[in-house]
Design a protein around this ligand. Structure first.
Ligand code: FAD
Ligand code: DLZ
Ligand code: SF4
Length: 509
């Protein structure tokens, strides 16, 4: 007789955490289900679906190996109801129980679906995060501005990562100043660890090609790790071969090298194949051993202990309405080249093409190329959000939405960022080698070949003058713009308008 159903979601693949840590192996039944609702709430990149389903199947097998009873539903099983709620109801009836134990789902959509079930659902906190919800709420209470940097310092003190007593290791909390170097082509740079297909993955690849072959993105070559052993190997490979240079080249972009010194571990962290604690421990240990300089160790740990935990807190605090915000009133449709890469802008084309191929782009590509263009052009943030949630292997709403709606599109009105991440072509040129091959000229501020980022940057500032002019971090840019000759300003705005008209008319620029 089954006591409770223990629902394990596709991104809760961590043994000994959350509901699994509290369940009774002898009496409870683990329920896992591949369902169309989850595979299609956005049109996920095929590589993401392959990764999630393969990892779910292997995790279920590992649980069974540990002695758990697991009721697993494959996507094409005849009895599959198509939704997680449907699967819970079906299993509850079959096992004659109405009790469910579950780790809190990452996103509001599923939290609400569980609330609506006519079953006794016990939801336990997701204790894989380093910042418990009550600690975030306590930190946020009464604050006018919830800045990541302040949160991060609190977390450094709380966890002891990179601390020398009460002081930050190396004498500074943040080494970003040392971390803005452009990168050069380097044939000796290590490439990410790639994994061969196993039997399980081969079966899932065939299934995904058949069922989701029309989604944006190439299903193969598929080389992500799909179990904990593989994910651990990726982490170790990163720490050994890339972490020492992570900080220095963190913001660099190179055509032909989509990965540089990035970790490529977000898909594994977000699925639960790695925990944030073990990732930070690995970076701390490599720093303690003298293998990783402080600028890299700090820059990396800040992404996990700072940004990742912080965006999770913001998502929880602001509730399901967070994703619907549009503080800047942007309404433009997402241009077609976000899906087919058909644009003359070499930087945008490179990022879209790499995204299609790998279900991956690194942070600065997401923020300062595709995100920056959408912001400057005034694209509807809901459509931008839908794109980011669809195209990356690591995309889950709790982490994607604060990054897109908040950091990248400023659609939350400044909850997350103190100023918009907007830049002209000069920034892209400094940090990348894209401009050298572009049909546009980054040096041209006006004229036929003027870089669209140059035109749109001033257009954006002028459009939103009322909101940003008094922002101390933007005052200098307004002064620069206002000092320009009136005719020149008119030309820039007129050419930007023409560009936006062309974009609206043909979607091709
Ligand atoms: P690295 O650059 O090597 O960084 C190491 C780790 O730090 C990442 O694996 C990730 O877990 C964490 N991290 C770094 N930056 C952030 C951040 N801003 N927020 C949260 N965690 C961070 N990240 C996701 O995990 N899922 C998303 O859906 C997602 N959507 C994004 C959308 C936009 C518009 C932007 C600007 C950023 C988004 N990010 C997202 C954050 C970041 O771009 C990715 O975490 C990172 O590119 C993943 O690649 P990596 O593992 O090589 O990361
Ligand atoms: C992303 C995803 C996909 C593609 N498929 C499934 C699935 O079939 N079954 C499942 O339990 N989870 C899946 N997931 C992950 C969920 O969408 C994820 O648990 C929610 O987005 C909550 O973060
Ligand atoms: Fe991008 Fe402008 Fe450089 Fe072309 S010139 S690659 S559009 S920044």
């Amino acid at each position: 007789m089954v006591s409770r159903l223990v629902l394990v979601l596709g991104d809760q693949l961590t043994r000994g955490a959350g509901a699994l840590a509290r369940a009774d192996k002898g009496r409870d039944l683990v329920v896992m289900a591949e369902v169309m609702d989850e595979a299609t709430y956005v049109r996920h990149h095929p590589k993401k679906i392959i990764l999630v389903l393969s990892a779910m199947r292997k995790f279920a097998a590992a649980l069974e190996g540990d002695g758990w009873r697991v009721a697993y539903t494959k996507l094409d099983a005849e009895a599959n109801t198509g939704s997680l709620s449907g699967e819970l109801l079906r299993r509850a009836e079959a096992e004659a129980t109405d009790r469910v134990l579950v780790t809190q789902p990452g996103e509001w959509r599923l939290r609400q679906a569980l609330d609506d079930l006519p079953l006794k659902v016990e939801v336990v906190p997701d204790d894989r995060f380093l910042c418990p919800p009550e600690v975030f709420a306590d930190w946020a209470k009464g604050r006018k501005a919830m800045r990541m940097e302040h949160f991060y310092r609190m977390m450094r003190r709380r966890t002891g990562y990179l601390m020398a007593g009460d002081d930050p290791a190396g004498g500074k909390w943040n080494f970003d100043h040392d971390n803005r170097k452009p990168a050069r082509d380097d044939l000796l740079r290590a490439v990410p660890l790639k994994h061969d297909h196993c039997e399980v993955t081969r079966e899932v690849v065939a299934l995904v090609k058949e069922r989701f072959g029309d989604h944006f993105g190439a299903p193969e070559p598929f080389w992500f790790a799909t179990d904990r052993k593989g994910a651990r190997a990726c982490l170790q490979d990163f720490v050994r071969n890339h972490l020492p240079d992570f900080g220095t080249y963190q913001d660099a972009m190179l055509a032909g090298d989509p990965f540089l010194h990035h970790a490529l571990i977000a898909p594994y962290l977000n699925l639960g194949l790695l925990t944030p604690a073990e990732v930070c421990d690995a970076a701390q240990a490599a720093h303690d051993a003298g293998d990783v300089p402080i600028n890299s160790a700090e820059g990396f740990i800040r992404q996990i202990l700072g940004w990742r935990e912080y965006v999770r807190g913001i998502y929880d605090l602001h509730g399901p309405g967070y994703v619907d915000q549009n503080a800047l009133g942007h309404k433009r449709a997402l241009p077609g080249f976000y899906w087919d890469g058909e644009t003359d802008m070499a930087c945008v084309k490179a990022v879209v093409d790499e995204t299609r191929e790998h279900a991956y782009a690194h942070h600065i590509q997401r923020l300062m190329i595709t995100g920056n263009f959408a912001l400057l052009a005034g694209v509807d943030p809901a459509q931008v959000h839908d794109w980011y949630l669809s195209v990356y292997a690591d995309a889950y709403e709790w982490v994607e939405a604060p990054n897109t709606i908040g950091m990248s599109q400023f659609a939350d009105g400044g909850v997350l960022a103190s100023k918009p991440y907007a830049s002209s072509g000069a920034y892209i040129d400094r940090m990348s080698d894209y401009c050298g091959t572009c049909a546009y000229s980054v040096k041209d501020k006006t004229g036929d070949r003027a870089c669209p980022f140059n035109l749109l940057y001033w257009h954006f500032l002028e459009r939103h003058r009322d909101r940003f002019e008094r922002n101390p971090r933007m005052a200098q840019m307004y002064r620069t713009w206002d000092r320009m000759d009136t005719e020149r300003r008119k030309t820039v705005l007129c050419e930007a308008d023409n560009f936006l008209r062309r974009l609206a008319a043909s979607g091709r620029v």
